[in-house]
Design a protein around this ligand. Sequence first.
Ligand SMILES: [Zn+2]
Ligand SMILES: [Zn+2]
Length: 307
Amino acid sequence: MTPHYPDVVNMAVPGFVALIVIELVWIKLKGRGGRYELRDALTSLLLGAGNVAAGILLGFVTVTFLYTLWQYRLFDLGYSVWVLLLCFVLDDLRYYWVHRLGHRVRWVWASHVNHHSSQHYNLTTALRQTWTGTFTLMMLLRVPLVLLGFHPAMILFSGGMNLIYQFWIHTEVISRMPRWFEAVMNTPSHHRVHHGRNPRYLDSNYAGVFIVWDKLFGTFVPEDSAEPVEYGLVKNLGTFNPLRVAFHEWIGLFSDVLQPGLTLRQRLAYALAPPGWSHDGSRMTSDMLKACDGSLKAAEPQHAGGS
Ligand SMILES: [Zn+2]
Ligand SMILES: [Zn+2]
């Protein structure tokens, strides 16, 4: 019989609210550790609420898909604690790749971009979750787990625990965790880098819980105190309207894909190439921004005249 896995994300909401209040009070008292702007925090809360609503409306798509697939599983791993732990680790690997695709494929970025839309970095930023995740079809990355014999309810529970873990790392209050912890786990320091718009910080630290995936797959960038993180998007939105934050990239994507005079290949690239790709080279991808930044830095000593 399938054990019952609680809806941990909804259960954690009072904890999220309590920690946000504690962070806010801490920043006010100490005068450091981040900034709060009322309309930014409000937008974050509304985006979080919209994510919950989207889950109620569209969550059944993923659930139905995973349970249908479950009939075709190759093994049945059961429900022991060891299987659950293995499921959690493998699901975190799944998260790493979903998140990496979320930054490298515009179709997936259109859904993920709102998580990066705040120019602040505090616990409310964590609530900026997607409304349109179902449309990215990233549920497909869960297929191997189901076919291997991890029960869909266990997989969804692991995903929920993963999301809860990621809440507390959205803060500037904590500078560094103990060295061993920083080596293995995703931390506020690592995830601040992920939210950076500085070219050298782009496309790094995709980890959910374990930072080891970034180290393994070559996307780890440590936080450099000499280069403070600037938060937000390469091109910031300049809006706090949650509807615009949630849908702007989808609108941009479709208007690019449907513009007249393109080849089929170019239309596909507007949807599937990295964000910033353009058929006429009028925009910059993160790779181009990094290359520009690299050559500027290489040229710096001459310009600086050695001073
Ligand atoms: Zn991201
Ligand atoms: Zn984040």
